[in-house]
Write a protein that binds this ligand. Structure first.
Ligand code: SF4
Length: 460
C-alpha cells in the first residue's frame, strides 16, 4: 500500500542532539581523538589586541581548515557552505545547530596576518607529528625523502621571459603579495639561490613558481612539495615547499633532516631516495656530515652513450690506488713510487688514471674501450670514495627493503593528489604554497592516525 505523501511540517520544538547524529565510525569522529588544539590560544595570545571587538575563535578556523583538507574541500567559500550544512562538520568544529559560520574572508585575513606571523600551521603540524610519536607510529631508524610537482595557479599566457619582466625593478610596495614574497626569497636556498640558471619563463602572478618540463610532457609552472617520512608507517616528519629544481629539492631535504633533529631529537640511521638526491655533494653531506647511510642511487655522468665502456666497467682497487680494466690491465694515476707515503694516497682529490699505451695498442678490446685515443684514461672524482660507499649501500641486501619502504612517500603523493585533490595549488606565492602543503600534511598525518589507531566501539 502506498503511504501518505511526505509533507514538510515545521515542528514548534525539536529535541535534537548533534552528538547522536554523527555516526560512530565517521572519519571526523576518529580524527577528533587526535586533534588537541588547546595550546593555540596561548600560542597566539601576543598577536591579538587587548581592545576592540572579540575575534573569531582561532581553534574554530583551524578545525574548519582540518575538515577542508581532510575531505578535499580547499575552497574556503565552499568550506563555509559545507560546514553550515553538514552535521558532522559542525560537530567536529564544536558548532551547535544555530551557531553562525565565519565568513570565508576571515580565513585569508588570518592567514596573511596572525597565522603566518605566529607560524601557527607549523605548530599544528608539529603537534600531529608529536602525537604520532606518542602513539608509537614513528620508529626513527629509516627515513625516505621525495618531492612532487604541484601545478601553480598561473597561466602560461600571463608569463614572459624574465629579462623582459619589469616587476623586478618595480617598487616592492606597489607589487602584488605573491611578487613581494618572490622578491623576499630571491636569496633563499629553496628558491632564488638554489640555481643561477634563469628559467625560460616567469609567471607574472606568481613569479616564484618554476617553469618545468620535469614530467617529460608539456612544460608548466609548478612548485615542489617535499616530504620527509618515517618509513615504519609513512608518517610525514617534515614538509617543505621549494622551487621545482633538483638543487632546491636537495636543499629542502637537508633543511628537513636538520629541523626534525632539532624539533624532535630524531636523526635516522639510513635514508632512501631516488637518483635526484645522489649527487656527490649530497652524498658527502649525508654520510660524512650527518652519518646517515644513503640508500640513494649515485648520480653518475660518466656513463658513455656511444656503446664504449664506461667508468663503471672498470674495477677500483683501493689498496693499490688503481683501476683494473676489463682486460685485466692496470690504470694508474702515476707510476712513480714516492718516498713520502702521503703522495701515494689519493685521499679526496680528483685524479686522472691512465693505462699504458703499450697495453692498449695491442688490446683486442680497444674498439670497445678507447677507439679514438691511443690509451684509455679515467677520471676519478673528488668524492669518489663516498660515491663508492653509496654504491655499496645500494648493492647491499637491505637495499630492496629500503626501496620498498621508499614507495610509501610516493603513495602519500598519489593520495595527496587523488584523494585530497591537491593536483593544483589554490594559493600563490611561497608562503601561500607552504600553507597549503603544511595543511595537507596535517590532514594526511591525522588520517593515518585515524586509520592505524581505530576507535574501540562498545556494543550492547
Ligand atoms: S684498451 Fe687498454 S684500458 Fe682498454 S681494455 Fe684494452 S688494455 Fe684495458
Amino acid at each position: 500500500m502506498m503511504g501518505p505523501k511526505q509533507e514538510a511540517q515545521a515542528a514548534l520544538f525539536y529535541e535534537f542532539s548533534l552528538e547522536d547524529h554523527v555516526p560512530r565510525d565517521h572519519l571526523l569522529r576518529s580524527i577528533d581523538r587526535f586533534v588537541d588544539l588547546s595550546s593555540i590560544r596561548s600560542h597566539l595570545a601576543d598577536f591579538y589586541s587587548h581592545t576592540g571587538r572579540p575575534s573569531i575563535d582561532p581553534e574554530l578556523l583551524i578545525r574548519m581548515l582540518v575538515v577542508g583538507y581532510c575531505l578535499g574541500i580547499r575552497s574556503e567559500r565552499r568550506l563555509c557552505e559545507e560546514v553550515h550544512l553538514n552535521l558532522a562538520y559542525r560537530w567536529f568544529c564544536r558548532l551547535d545547530l544555530t551557531d553562525r559560520i565565519p565568513d570565508h574572508s576571515t580565513f585569508s585575513k588570518n592567514r596573511h596576518g596572525r597565522f603566518r606571523e605566529s607560524d601557527l600551521l607549523r605548530e599544528v603540524f608539529e603537534m600531529t607529528v608529536a602525537r604520532c610519536m606518542q602513539e608509537g607510529l614513528v620508529g626513527g631508524q629509516g627515513f625516505a625523502v621525495d618531492a612532487s610537482l604541484i601545478s601553480a595557479d598561473v597561466q602560461k599566457q600571463n608569463s614572459s621571459n624574465p629579462e623582459d619582466w619589469a616587476a623586478r625593478e618595480a617598487a616592492p610596495n606597489d607589487a602584488p603579495r605573491a611578487v613581494r614574497e618572490y622578491l623576499d626569497v630571491l636569496d633563499d636556498e629553496a628558491f632564488g639561490a638554489a640555481s643561477e640558471v634563469i628559467p625560460k619563463f616567469t609567471a607574472h602572478a606568481d613569479p616564484a613558481s618554476q617553469w618545468t618540463a620535469a614530467r617529460k610532457g608539456p612544460a608548466f609552472f609548478a612548485y615542489s612539495d617535499n616530504y620527509l617520512i618515517d618509513t615504519d608507517h609513512g608518517i610525514i616528519m617534515d614538509v617543505d615547499a621549494s622551487r621545482s629544481i633538483r638543487q632546491a629539492e636537495v636543499g629542502a631535504m637537508r633543511k628537513m633532516i636538520d629541523r626534525t633533529e632539532e624539533r624532535f631529537g630524531i636523526k635516522p640511521d639510513w635514508i632512501a631516495a631516488d637518483t635526484a638526491y645522489g649527487s656527490s655533494d649530497n652524498l658527502v653531506w649525508l654520510t660524512l656530515k650527518r652519518q646517515i647511510l644513503p640508500f640513494v642511487p649515485v648520480f653518475d655522468n660518466s656513463k658513455r652513450k656511444d656503446g664504449t665502456w664506461s667508468r663503471a666497467d672498470f674495477t677500483w682497487d683501493e689498496n693499490n690506488d688503481r683501476y683494473i680494466c676489463p682486460e685485466g690491465k692496470e690504470l694508474r694515476h702515476t707510476r712513480r713510487n714516492y718516498s713520502d707515503p702521503a703522495r701515494n694516497t689519493h685521499g679526496m682529490k680528483a685524479r686522472n688514471y691512465g693505462a699504458l699505451k703499450s697495453d692498449c695498442q695491442v688490446c683486442p678490446s680497444k674498439a670497445k674501450c678507447c677507439p679514438n685515443t691511443d690509451t684509455r684514461r679515467i677520471r676519478r672524482e673528488k668524492y669518489e670514495i663516498v660515491r663508492d660507499f653509496a654504491r655499496e649501500c645500494t648493492a647491499s641486501e637491505f637495499n630492496p627493503k629500503a626501496q620498498a619502504r621508499r614507495k610509501k612517500v610516493e603513495m602519500l603523493f598519489a593520495h595527496l593528489k587523488r584523494i585530497l585533490g591537491l593536483g593544483r595549488l589554490r594559493l600563490r606565492g611561497p608562503c601561500g604554497v607552504q600553507d597549503e602543503f603544511t595543511l595537507a600534511a596535517i590532514a594526511q598525518n591525522l588520517r593515518k592516525l585515524a586509520k592505524l589507531k581505530p576507535m574501540v566501539t562498545t556494543t550492547g
